[in-house]
Every structure is written in structure tokens, then in C-alpha cells.
Design a protein around this ligand. Sequence first.
Ligand SMILES: [Cu+2]
Length: 348
Amino acid sequence: MSVFIIITLIVLVFIIIYQIGKASEYAVVLRGEEKVKSQANAVIAILLLLLFPLGVWGIWECNEIFKDRMLPVAACKTGENYDSMFMMTTAVTGVVFFLTQFLLFWFCYKYQASNKRSAFFFAHSNKLELIWTTIPAIAMAILVAIGLRNWYDVTSVAPAEATVVEVVGKQFNWIVRYPGKDNELGKRDFRKIDDANNVLGLDWTDPHNSDDIVSQNGELHVVVGKPVKLLIGSRDVIHDVGLPHFRMKMDAVPGITTTLWFIPSITTDSMKQITKNPDFVYEIACDQLCGKGHYSMRGTVIVETQAQHDKWLASQQSYYSQNNPSAAPAAGENAKPKTDSVKAVTMK
Ligand SMILES: [Cu+2]
């Protein structure tokens, strides 16, 4: 029914426009072209003048609709810096936008075609060129400088005490590897990748691999207040580790290790209270269209206290002992079932 109404409306609007066109043709014949033209100009000028407040109202309404769906406060210092950069850019470009748009519509009205005056013409003004080149150039340079400073914050050398975690994308989930007790990630080789029992291609001859923990449920556990450095890679195509709550993202490129580091400042539990949402989770969203299962490539970041983290870590079994059953568990490690990998999120 609604389709029928919409089609009828479209046809009616089309007929109305056609009739207006025909009527104005007759009017030109009857009243003379000049008069009709100037009347049409006046109407268009007023309509344009009305379009400006209408547009501003539209922007306001969109903002009202979406303001509840905005991201909560940034969950790390760098994220806060990104937010303030965003607000500053919006303020600067916003002032310029509203000013120029207002002038555009106002001039359309004020200087509509008229027989009473002729157009003022001037070809060139050095002063004007200088002003409208220099001011935007300085403003842009400042904004770019702030952006670069934030970018270096994220990609610079991480503090020595930072926890190193590897995040590897594949079609279509995230694999996370923690270094285990020796605090060092072992070597891996793509030729050793085997979906059944070596998803990252860990080189078992490297002793650093014996205690590495591999999680395939897309959960990234990090400690609040402690720097974490992500080593990002991909097994197949380009993915992207998008961390909207931390205002960060970094491409996961096959064959290249990219990095970023940050200090999570709000635990998942605290964020549940801040957002008043008991189901709140920090999300890892793949920010690079990577294939038919791209939409499902969602991971979570769990920001927890050191005590919670230690408890979780103790419950994990090394990937080596999971996949080499004859191997005795490393000292101090309990051999619980593989809690993470059974929940593996995979898309066929
Ligand atoms: Cu992806």
C-alpha cells in the first residue's frame, strides 16, 4: 500500500512540475519575459534565504537524534587528546562553515538579478588573495601539527614496562597472543600455520613459544593504568584493529608488523557504570573491509585490574601444551581445559 502511495506521489509531483513549467511558458508570452524572470528571481532569492535556517535546523535535529548514540568518554589519555583535537577542528571549521554559508545565502538574496544596478566587476586583489590564503594556511598548519603530535604519541616507542600483546587478524576473527611468563613472544613462521593446531604458525623449536598463550575468541585482556603495546599483523588480507573507545585504529597488514601503544585508563567494570549499561564492552571492530564476513569480525578489549588480570592469566593454558599433549605443562601453570579456543568465533 505504502509503495502505491509513494509512486502516486512521485507521479503527482512530476505532473505538478510539468504544469508549472507550462504555465510559466504561457506567462512569458502574456506578460513579457523580463517581468516573469525578475519575479522568479525574487521567489528563488527568498527560498534560498529560508534554506539556510532550514539547513541549520536539520543539523541541530540530526545532532539531537544521534547524541545518545555517541561514544562514551575516551578510555585512555591519547583518546582524550584525539577528542580535544576533534572538538577544536569542529569548532574552527564550524565557524568558517556557518559564516560562509550564511554569506552565500544572504548574497543570493541581496544581490539577486536586478535591472536597477549592474554587476560590480574586479579581476584581482592581492590583499584579498593574501588574506584568504594565509589565514587558512596557518589554521591548517596548526591543526596538522596537533594531529602529528597525537599520531607520534600512538606510534612512538612504547615505555619499557609496557605489556606486549600480539593481535593477528584473519578472515574472519582476531587471534590474540600473550607472551606468557618469560614475557617474550616466540618466533612464528607463516609456513607453519595450521588451522587445526597452530593458527599463528608458532615455531615450536623456539623456547619462548612454550609458554605463549593464544586466544581465538577475540578477547584482548589488558591492565588498567599499565601501558600496552600491540604488535599487529594479518594472516591473509588487510584488516584493521579499530578501537573506537580508545579513539585508535591501526591497519593489520600481511607481512608487516604494525604497532600502537596506549595506557587504558578506565576498566570495563567502571565503564559499565559510566555508561549505565551493564552489557558494555570495549569493542575491536575491523575497520578495513576484508571480505564477506567483515561485519562479523568483532573482538572485545577487557580492561581489568592487575589482580583480575593475574587471575585470568593463571587460568590460561599455554598454546604449546594444548597442541602438544605429551608436553608437560610449564612450571606453575595449571592445565585447565582451553577455555578460550573452544569459543572460537569463525566464519565459514
Ligand atoms: Cu577484517
